[in-house]
Structure formats: C-alpha cells, structure tokens
Design a protein around this ligand. Structure first.
Ligand code: SF4
Ligand code: SF4
Length: 190
C-alpha cells in the first residue's frame, strides 16, 4: 500500500527521540511551527527516519490517519508477544473516538492493547491502561495495577520486589538522563 504522511506529524509528538533528549508525548523542538513538517528533515535522527506507524504501513483504513484519529497506533513485537500500542497525540482522543474504541475491541481479542494518554509525561508513575480479552482491563500506575472485569474493580496487585527493584533502577537512570538533558537544554544540533 502506497501511502505518505501528508500533513500529519503526530509521531513527532509521541515518539521518544534519545538523540534529541526528547520524551515521548511532548512536541519536538524541530517541529515546524508554521505547519506540519520537520525543520531538520534532511538530518533527522535515525529513529524518525525509520519510523512507520500502523496507518502508514497500511494496517488501518485510509481515513484513519493519526492526526485524524488523535492517536498513533503500532503493533509492537516484544519477544514472542505482540501488543497494540495506542498513544494519544490529542488529549482525550481515546475516550472521544468510537473508531479508536472499535479498533481496540477488535485487537484485544488476540493481543493486549496498551493505551497511553498525553497527560503527565514527566510523571514517573504516569498511568496507562491495558485492555485484554473478556472485558479485562488493567489500570497501571507506578507499582500498582488495578484489575477490572466488565467495568467492575476486582483486585489491586503490587509488583513483586524484583519488579519493583528493576523499575526503580530504570527510573533512577531516566532521572539522571532528564537532569542531564535539562542542564544541556534542548538539543538543536543533530
Ligand atoms: S504518525 Fe504515521 S502518518 Fe503521521 S507523520 Fe508519523 S508515520 Fe506519518
Ligand atoms: S526531528 Fe523532525 S522528524 Fe524527528 S521528531 Fe523532531 S520534528 Fe519529528
């Protein structure tokens, strides 16, 4: 399927770009303020160059381009497990879109669907949801996961000590990276 991004630049918000010390969920400093586009297009980082969302790959209908849907979708393969990743680029898009809800319902039968919103990007306990078959939903915040079935709360679980230790190590590393980025300011030189 031959598609092009056209006026969409939604992935410039949702992607994490380490070369630019850019967090996922925040606009890139190189986004052209006068419209869609990248001011360093010819020299953009490899992660931007190589990125193709599910729509661009032909995995969604023509009219479901991310800037129209309000979210960027990807099928991520993590070892043997695949999941659908829905990352909002417009606040409240998932709740407001019948089309996104329909896509999530279709995929959750065969793979987990992870939904991340655009709020609280800097919050290390930034919440996200995982939709599973049989109306099961995991609401994850930090070390805690609320399990819901059929819209009803069932139980709350905490990560094991080993998972907590791993998570805290990752957060400490990320904190050091953010402090370094803040000290250096946003990178404008690729
Ligand atoms: S989100 Fe998809 S369609 Fe939009 S600019 Fe990125 S790759 Fe292109
Ligand atoms: S460098 Fe360009 S392509 Fe990459 S995220 Fe920034 S604006 Fe988008």
């Amino acid at each position: 399927m031959d598609r092009s991004c056209g006026s969409c630049s939604s992935c410039c918000t949702v992607l994490r770009v380490d070369e630019l010390q850019k967090l996922g969920g925040v606009s890139c400093v190189h986004q052209d303020q006068s419209g869609p586009g990248c001011s360093v297009h010819a020299h953009r980082p490899a992660v931007c160059r190589g990125y193709h969302c599910l729509w661009l790959k032909g995995g969604l209908p023509e009219g479901s381009r991310p800037d129209q849907l309000g979210a960027v979708l990807d099928v991520i393969h993590d070892g043997a497990q695949a999941r659908l990743e829905i990352r909002e680029c417009r606040a409240g898009a998932f709740e407001a879109s019948a089309e996104l809800a329909e896509i999530a319902e279709r995929y959750r039968v065969t793979m987990p669907v992870r939904v991340t919103d655009v709020a609280a990007v800097l919050d290390p306990d930034r919440p996200y949801r995982v939709l599973l078959p049989g109306s099961e939903e995991h609401r994850v915040r930090g070390e805690w996961t609320e399990i819901h079935r059929g819209g009803q709360w069932v139980e709350t679980r905490r990560l094991s000590w080993l998972e907590r230790w791993t998570r805290r190590s990752i957060l400490a590393w990320r904190g050091r990276r953010l402090r370094r980025a803040r000290d250096q300011g946003p990178s404008r030189v690729l």
